[in-house]
Design a protein around this ligand. Structure first.
Ligand SMILES: NC(=O)C1=CN([C@@H]2O[C@H](COP(=O)(O)OP(=O)(O)OC[C@H]3O[C@@H](n4cnc5c(N)ncnc54)[C@H](O)[C@@H]3O)[C@@H](O)[C@H]2O)C=CC1
Ligand SMILES: O=C(OP(=O)(O)O)[C@H](O)COP(=O)(O)O
Length: 341
């Protein structure tokens, strides 16, 4: 069993912990929080040993009735691999700790590529991660872009990608985030970080991205245009998407034309937390104009898509499973991911 520690039990960390626990070849040896709160109670409920970054805060946990197993440093020592899901920019500061104990570590997309020197997406570069010491799972939007761009590039060749991300303002529990009444260009400059981030996984892809933030919490939405090297038909693109286990297709017959209806759908399907781990590609939006000009809309659930990628990254770095397809199948089965059709 691969012993996994989750440093930072928040939006991503709590989902990674549950997904890891569901795997046949992995176990959670600990998760960490900085202060007591609802997520710490959930960790207790799930039976995950809880470690804290600053032991001087232990009394606050004791008072709340949340047992503390020890310090984050002690947790690191017990792990084979650490998933650092602390807030963006915090994780880089933890690298010295992982180095000190010679532990493999995975960072999430809020950290720069340089923290690990290698950026990961299971569908694109699983085998390059085998046995690695450090990796970064690219951000949620970048993950959604990499999955579809790599698929289309492998089949038809991609001359150029143009993509606009309409990003959610904050996660549902992030009560202090916004905007409340604005469309914020984030960034104003072009490209947004997503294009260069896609190139950290797929260096040969010519891509320009732009992004804005809107007052919603449920999901992001992408408008994507790919100029193809070789002609394709809409039907061919649909068949390719159907064959990819992490690309979902939203059919017209569902009546779903929004992130809100999509989140309701995944909740009604009894997905844990209503999570959409796959890209939500709107089938009717898939259009090929002049034979080589492909367009589509896709919804990306920011809280979920990187979770399954993180599990595959753990498995690749541990080194026993050499094939992306095998790891992806194990991960999908364990969490219950059958892409929506
Ligand atoms: N929330 C999202 O939509 C997505 C986030 N990411 C990335 O995942 C990473 C984590 O983000 P979230 O889960 O959203 O953050 P979050 O704020 O929800 O959770 C972070 C957790 O880390 C804990 N923490 C804070 N400082 C710590 C420290 N020094 N040591 C140990 N734990 C500490 C906090 O208590 C909290 O539980 C970031 O790199 C972010 O950019 C990636 C994809 C989507
Ligand atoms: O990785 C994400 O978005 P991104 O791909 O736009 O950077 C997550 O939604 C986190 O974004 P945040 O930095 O707005 O919390």
């Amino acid at each position: 069993m691969i012993k996994v520690a989750v440093n930072g039990y928040g939006t991503i960390g709590k989902r990674v912990a549950d997904a890891v626990s569901a795997q046949p070849d992995m176990e959670i040896i600990g998760v960490s929080k900085t202060k007591p709160g609802a997520e710490a109670f959930v960790a207790k409920e799930r039976g995950y040993p809880l470690y804290i970054a600053d032991l001087s805060k232990k009394e606050a946990f004791d008072k709340a009735g949340i047992p503390v197993a020890g310090s984050v440093e002690e947790m690191i020592q017990k792990a084979d691999i650490v998933v650092d899901a602390t807030p963006g920019g915090v994780g880089v500061g933890n690298k010295a700790l992982y180095e000190k104990y010679g532990k493999k570590a995975i960072w999430e997309g809020g950290e720069d590529h340089e923290v690990a020197g290698f950026s990961f997406n299971a569908s694109c570069n699983y085998t390059d991660a085998i046995g690695r010491q450090y990796a970064r799972v690219v951000s949620c939007n970048t993950t959604g872009l990499c999955r579809i761009i790599n698929l289309i590039d492998s089949a038809f060749g991609v001359k150029k990608v143009r993509a606009t991300m309409v990003r959610r303002g904050g996660d549902p529990g992030d009560i202090k985030r916004g905007p409340i009444d604005a469309i914020v260009l984030n960034p104003v400059t072009i490209p947004s970080h997503h294009g260069p981030d896609v190139q950290s996984v797929l260096p040969h892809i010519n891509i320009v991205t732009s992004a804005m933030i809107v007052p919603t919490t449920l999901m992001h939405m992408h408008f994507l245009n790919m100029e193809l090297k070789n002609p394709a038909t809409k039907e061919q693109v649909i068949e390719l998407i159907k064959a990819h286990s992490r690309l979902g297709l939203i059919e017209k017959s569902t009546g779903i034309t929004s992130t809100a209806q999509l989140k309701e759908y995944t909740s009604d399907l009894l997905r844990p937390r209503g999570d959409l781990w796959e890209n939500g590609i709107f089938k009717d939006s898939i259009s090929v104009l002049d034979g080589t000009d492909l367009y589509l809309f896709q919804a990306i659930h920011q809280e979920a898509d990187v979770v399954v990628e993180t599990v595959d990254c753990i498995r690749a770095m541990a080194g026993d499973v050499k094939s992306a397809a095998e790891s992806i199948a194990i991960t999908n089965k364990a969490v219950g991911l059958t892409a929506i059709r």
